[in-house]
Design a binder for this molecule. Structure first.
Ligand SMILES: *Cc1c(COP(=O)(O)O)cnc(C)c1O
Ligand code: SF4
Length: 357
């Protein structure tokens, strides 16, 4: 999500693993050495041309233009690129992260804030749209920048939590006993340090009416090394039920390393679910979604939602018609047990839940 915000910029200040460590690193204590996952965020691809080059693709052969200067910057961890097929300009993982010039085309109905999030803020950094659940925007940063993301234009500096906004948000949650579930979202909360995550969990533990902690994250998928023992011990501090909702769109995102990380994560949380976004040319075929559900299941993860694309300016080339989505879901229902079929939903501004299609 978005450019790095000032208080989420830690990963970019770390030394990429591919660069020799500067001298003073040698005298650093082990404790101050950034964890591997932070180095992986810092060492990710930050331009479409570098990404294409790594995959042996030539800009001239693509058949479309890329946008090297998008204000929503390129950010792609090498671990994810390693799962792409070299030389395949239609690779479904590449298409999710490659900044195309098409993003600059203005499409009727595709807007800056498609789900009206900026008007749903209960306090800065806290969205309270649905009964019983409130969502904390913990950071604007993500480990990967997905080109279809509905938050690509979100005004993070205003919406994000700093210390004083955090206090206001926590007062709001503490005062409303109808809130039983807190969702840590962003951006991606797992780009925060284990220390910060632990601090959030401890603060939430003191609000006695909270029953469930939910974390929405894509980081363990794109950088499986994020699932560290110290993250798990932070998560273990939570006193109530815990849920992680991952974001995987295509079966090729799941390799053995991801599987091991998810099995590890499953030891610290009660449930792991997945949400996907229905994306043209990425996962708009029944066999792809079937394989995705099966692979998730093999990792101990159940499919939860598949979202119709939010009509955000810049993402129109990912859109699929409702008819097509419904048709694919009907085929999927005929092939899989019900618990492996995600619910097809759409975010409708000012409604009291996600809306089934
Ligand atoms: C999606 C969302 C939730 C969670 O909705 P569920 O249907 O419970 O997954 C909560 N708050 C906000 C603001 C959301 O956008
Ligand atoms: S889809 Fe999720 S991981 Fe991707 S940019 Fe948006 S918030 Fe970040």
């Amino acid at each position: 999500m978005m450019e790095q915000s000032p208080n989420a910029s830690k990963p970019t200040q770390t030394v990429p693993s591919s660069t020799p460590a500067p001298k003073q690193q040698i005298i650093c204590s082990h404790k101050n050495h950034p964890p591997d996952w932070q180095q992986q965020i810092a060492a990710g691809f930050s331009s479409p041309s570098a990404l294409l080059k790594a995959l042996g693709l030539k800009e001239n052969d693509l058949g479309f233009d890329i946008d090297p200067d998008s204000s929503f910057k390129t950010r792609v961890p090498r671990s994810l690129v390693a799962r792409m097929e070299p030389g395949n300009k239609k690779d479904p993982l590449l298409l999710q992260v490659l900044a195309k010039d098409l993003e600059n085309e203005v499409t009727v109905g595709f807007v800056q804030d498609p789900v009206a999030e900026t008007t749903a803020l209960a306090t800065p950094g806290l969205l309270h749209k649905y009964t019983g659940r409130a969502l904390l925007v913990t950071t604007g940063a993500c480990a990967v920048h997905c080109r279809y993301c509905f938050r690509r234009h979100f005004p993070y500096p205003e919406a994000m939590l700093d210390k004083s906004k955090m206090a206001v948000a926590f007062d709001y949650i503490a005062a409303d006993t109808s809130i039983e579930e807190i969702i840590l979202s962003g951006g991606d909360p797992l780009v925060l340090s284990d220390e910060k995550i632990l601090g959030l969990i401890q603060a939430l533990n003191s609000i006695k009416h909270l029953k469930t902690l939910r974390i929405h994250t894509r980081t363990p998928v794109v950088i499986p090394a994020r699932v560290t023992t110290s993250l798990l011990s932070a998560l273990n501090q939570w006193q109530g039920h815990s849920v992680v909702v991952l974001h995987v769109n295509h079966p090729a995102e799941i390799n053995e390393e991801v599987k091991a990380a998810l099995q590890h994560l499953g030891q610290a949380v009660d449930h792991i679910f997945n949400q996907s976004v229905f994306l043209a040319q990425v996962n708009d075929e029944v066999n792809i979604l079937k394989s995705l559900s099966e692979k998730l299941f093999a990792c101990g993860v159940l499919p939860y939602y598949i979202h119709a694309l939010d009509p955000v300016q810049g993402a129109a080339h990912f859109a699929i018609s409702d008819e097509k989505m419904k048709g694919v879901m009907e085929q999927l229902r005929a092939l899989l047990p019900g618990y492996l079929v995600p619910r097809l939903v759409r975010e409708v501004p000012n409604s009291d839940s996600k809306q089934p299609l």
